[in-house]
Write a protein that binds this ligand. Structure first.
Ligand code: DMJ
Length: 582
């Protein structure tokens, strides 16, 4: 039996909760004229879609691109269903695993990642509760934070994960408690005090000969710990996905140490001079040199690129826009190829670096990229507005085209499976000639096909890659693409994905959601884990996808890689402090 969240789409009542909620906050005034315009555009799109459909242009085997617009009230109802999913996840966690770092929803128990627990799930969820205005849940979490959370522990923690989830979660809660009405008192310093305590412990990770942070840190001794794997190398993405958090903390405390430590990492990486903006995935904290040739936008590479554009959005430092644009050009030139049958665009990998052959492996993690490309092209503005600016150019036009194509590929990862939920990794079919190094590769401008039959031939899922960890990257991109393009197809796809999660990852009696072992078996075998980023990211992005644009406008905020929210600060108190040497 599935829970009452699912049954609600058939008109049954919402999942029961002991908690109360109040009205939804926003950090921008209502914009009625924008809404009127949107309804008008929606009506036109609906009319055009209907004509297209009636003309019989869509065969049953084709992917449906048309999207009759859905009335605002229905989106409002859908976002309430996402909130219900959050509440059922949170309630199950509080019932069976309160205060534990991990939640196993099938065996109904929690487990710890440190002797006293570090609140991984609680801290990661704070700002989602603020955004959804779940006031009673938030106050329980806040009490736990104040009474129980203690970083003075004999425990090693991963520098990157602790920064993006814990430091990011606390700082986002601090920020939102200042700007969202009704969620907390402006004088509430608990989030910031905890953040400063944690960040001071994390500083030890940067005390390496090169300034590249060690993979881990011991919380009590504050000493950095070299990685036990990968020959002691730190992963490039991990070393370069700390900057938004550290820079924001410097700005609000006035203490420049966090900014300087994080900024130094970027200086070292850029100083190595990786060709065409593409960086290998391992770097030594001792020598400050890359220790491999492998380049990919999936695990260990992904958020290096994400934080280039997001640092620019956060602080307006031009150096990061330059680095981002160089990287996007490199990605387009070296990594984007068409699939064999449907000619969908994929982001391939370079296991032996530039000049070597491509691999068609694409992690679901890569699906953050289309949204980031669209953000970079429009600077967070709606595309229609950005296109009217004198700064709009042919490169931005191509970037938006690429963002649309890659979003389609990512959505396809869900579309082709039995459950409608994506696997961890897809291996795409591609013409052999497309796998050659860039200079030997034929160019291709073939249009992609929407035939589901040809899609199925292109998406190959290996037995070891069939699991789904409730990851957010595709819904993150759908949220950004919806806000930027206003194409309703992105909301529709997000709704389909959410329904698939409701159908197949719901735990009996509405007691949370589980990650899955096999998205191609029905019913899918479950993993007995509910990841903290399900609460921090996946449900938050789905909720925002179905919310009005005035809730956290992209021109005012930037999301860290764990979907925690920071203000776009502009040129603040601190400066870049280094220049590119090339
Ligand atoms: C999250 O912790 C972050 O989004 C990170 O950047 C990648 N991995 C997970 C989600 O997939």
């Amino acid at each position: 039996m599935t829970n009452s969240v699912r049954s609600r789409k058939n008109g049954a009542s919402r999942v029961g909760t002991k908690h109360t909620t109040s009205s939804v906050g926003s950090i921008a005034p209502d914009a009625p004229s924008t809404r009127r315009n949107l309804s008008f555009v929606g009506a036109i799109l609906f009319g055009a879609s209907l004509v297209f459909w009636l003309a019989g242009s869509i065969k049953p085997s084709e992917v449906k691109w048309w999207s009759p617009s859905t009335p605002d009230e229905e989106w409002q109802d859908r976002r309430e269903q996402v909130k219900d999913a959050f509440i059922s996840s949170w309630d199950a966690y509080t019932k069976y695993a309160w205060g534990h770092d991990r939640f196993h929803p099938i065996s109904k128990r929690g487990s710890q990642m440190s002797p006293k627990g570090l609140g991984w799930i609680i801290v990661d969820s704070l700002d989602t509760m603020m955004i959804m205005n779940l006031t009673s849940q938030l106050s329980e979490a806040r009490v736990w934070l104040q009474r129980k959370l203690d970083y003075e522990q004999d425990q090693d923690v991963n520098t990157f994960e602790t920064t993006i989830r814990m430091l990011g979660g606390l700082l986002s809660a601090h920020y939102l408690s200042q700007v969202l009405p009704g969620v907390s008192s402006r004088r509430d310093q608990v989030y910031l005090n905890k953040a400063v305590d944690l960040a001071d412990r994390l500083l030890g990770a940067y005390d390496s000969p090169s300034g590249i942070p060690y993979a881990s840190i011991h919380l009590a001794t504050r000493r950095g710990i070299v990685s036990h794997a990968d020959g002691g190398a730190s992963s490039t993405a991990e070393a370069t996905t700390l900057q938004l958090e550290m820079k924001y903390l410097s700005n609000i405390t006035g203490n420049g140490i966090y900014w300087r430590k994080a900024e130094k990492v970027m200086e070292v990486i850029d100083g190595i001079g990786a060709p065409e903006g593409l960086v290998p995935i391992f770097i030594s904290p001792h020598s400050g040199r890359f220790t491999s040739r492998e380049i990919r936008l999936g695990s260990r590479g992904d958020s290096y690129y994400e934080y280039l554009i997001k640092q620019y959005l956060q602080t307006s430092e031009p150096i990061y826009l330059e680095m981002w644009e160089e990287a996007v050009e490199g990605i387009q030139k070296h990594l984007i190829i068409p699939t064999q049958h449907a000619k969908l665009r994929i982001v391939a990998e370079l296991p032996n670096g530039i000049g070597g052959a491509l691999s068609t492996k694409m992690d679901h993690l890569v699906c953050f990229l289309p949204g980031s490309i669209a953000l970079g092209a429009t600077n967070g503005l709606p595309e229609a507005e950005a296109r009217r600016l004198p700064s709009w150019n042919v490169e931005k036009d191509q970037q938006m085209k690429l963002a649309r194509e890659l979003t389609k590929t990512c959505w396809g990862m869900y579309k082709v499976t039995q459950t409608g939920i994506a696997p961890e990794i897809v291996w795409f079919s591609a013409d052999e000639r497309m796998l050659r190094s860039t200079s030997d590769r034929p160019s291709s401008s073939a249009r992609s096909s929407d035939s589901e039959a040809s899609w199925r031939k292109d998406y190959n899922i290996k037995p070891l890659d069939t699991h789904n960890l409730q990851r957010p990257e595709t819904v993150e991109t759908l949220f950004l693409m919806w806000r930027i393009t206003k194409d309703p197809i992105y909301r529709k796809w997000g709704w389909e994905i959410f329904q698939a999660f409701l159908e197949y990852s719901t735990v009996e009696f509405g007691e949370g959601f589980s990650s899955l072992n096999d998205v191609n078996t029905i019913p899918p075998p479950r993993r007995d884990d509910m990841e903290s980023f399900w609460l921090a990211e996946t449900l938050k992005y789905l909720y925002l996808l179905f919310s009005p644009d005035e809730l956290l406008p992209l021109t005012q905020v930037v999301f860290n890689t764990e979907a925690h929210v920071f203000p776009r600060m502009g040129k603040g108190k601190f400066k870049t402090g280094w220049e590119r040497t090339r």
